[in-house]
Design a protein around this ligand. Structure first.
Ligand code: SF4
Ligand code: FES
Length: 323
């Protein structure tokens, strides 16, 4: 895209699925009832969460004049400042590092701050379709997959970008999804290194307790996985996840994969065992929709497949030992 194209002004409608929850009851604000119903599926034993909070839902259109190269987050900030301070959305870093601003744009889970207007505008017509298909394993994410040829548009074509909260999670308000179910699952699976604690000894016989040496090849096995920002885009793309009660979800499994691939970690057996429940590896249906939009370029479906194979091997070894 040339500088002139990037600076081109576009009149765009942002069509936003809005939601205002009903005020919470006081007992819920204090942490909920201790007799809350437990999930019939989850092995975590955590109380079941309602996937649909009650409240008022409606669709609202906002008109903005923006540069083609502006981000969708820029558009929302303009609307909030100039048109409607009640519009709710979440962001923090503004450049794809914190993962707090995942939403569905035109039905596709992605980050607001890295989504450019030029890549996501589409004609405001019910007959227009944006069929992106599936990304084959091993192919990089195509950031321009949604881009329209702006020069080919009829003059005066109305343009729209549709926004909704990240699917698969309860909506808290407007574009803010409650990602606590995902964070709970990640926490349950020990998202930290558990080294064996064996002391390293230097050449002259002294204790060198704080050094865990690795080869570059060992580092490269988990380096990409450690870039995961827990944005939830893969969970929002997964048709099985749906709130995490039946499946721990791709983000939690990527975190497990990260430590299974780390040569310093000493609790691989425990990590594999934690995925042997009905909501673990066996719940994944290998749809691989999770691979399509990861903003950090992780081929989530392939990593999950490799971890599922490790879980299966560990389960068979355990059954053989018990026989
Ligand atoms: S694997 Fe990718 S899409 Fe999934 S939570 Fe991590 S960064 Fe987000
Ligand atoms: S605001 Fe931090 S990733 Fe988008």
């Amino acid at each position: 895209m040339t500088t002139a194209d990037a600076n081109r002004m576009l009149d765009v409608t942002l069509r936003i699925a809005r939601f205002t929850p009903k005020p919470e009851k006081a007992s819920r604000r204090r942490g909920g009832s201790p007799f809350a119903r437990k999930s019939p599926f989850s092995d975590s034993g955590s109380p079941a969460r309602s996937s649909r909070t009650r409240g008022k839902r409606w669709t609202q259109d906002y008109q903005v004049s923006v540069h083609a190269n502006d981000s969708v987050l820029d558009c929302l900030l303009t609307i909030k400042r100039d048109q409607d301070p009640s519009l709710a959305f979440r962001y923090s870093c503004g450049h794809g590092m914190c993962g707090s601003d995942a939403v569905a744009i035109n039905g596709t889970p992605t980050l607001l701050c890295t989504a450019k207007v030029r890549d996501w505008v589409k004609p405001d017509s019910p007959t227009f379709t944006d069929d992106e298909g599936f990304r084959p394993t091993g192919e990089p994410v195509d950031d321009d997959a949604h881009a329209l040829d702006l020069d080919a548009l009829e003059p005066g074509t109305a343009l729209v970008i549709e926004l909704a909260a990240l699917p698969g999670f309860p909506t808290q308000r407007d574009l803010i999804a409650d990602v606590d179910p995902m964070l709970d699952q990640i926490r349950r699976l020990k998202p930290y290194l558990e080294a064996d604690g064996a002391l390293k000894i230097t050449a002259d016989g002294r204790i060198d307790a704080f050094e865990y040496l690795q080869h570059p090849e060992q580092l490269s096995r988990y380096e990409l996985l450690s870039n995961c920002i827990a944005c939830g885009v893969c969970e929002g793309s997964c048709p099985v996840y749906a709130g995490g009660e039946a499946f721990v979800g791709p983000a939690a499994m990527i975190m497990v994969s990260r430590f299974l691939n780390d040569s310093r970690d000493a609790i691989a057996d425990t990590r594999l065992e934690s995925l042997m429940g009905s909501d673990g590896a066996s719940a994944c249906q290998s749809v691989r929709a999770c691979s399509m939009h990861c903003p950090k370029g992780i081929d989530v479906g392939e990593e999950l497949w490799q971890t599922i194979q490790k879980v299966d091997a560990a389960r068979k070894a355990r059954e053989t030992a018990a026989a």
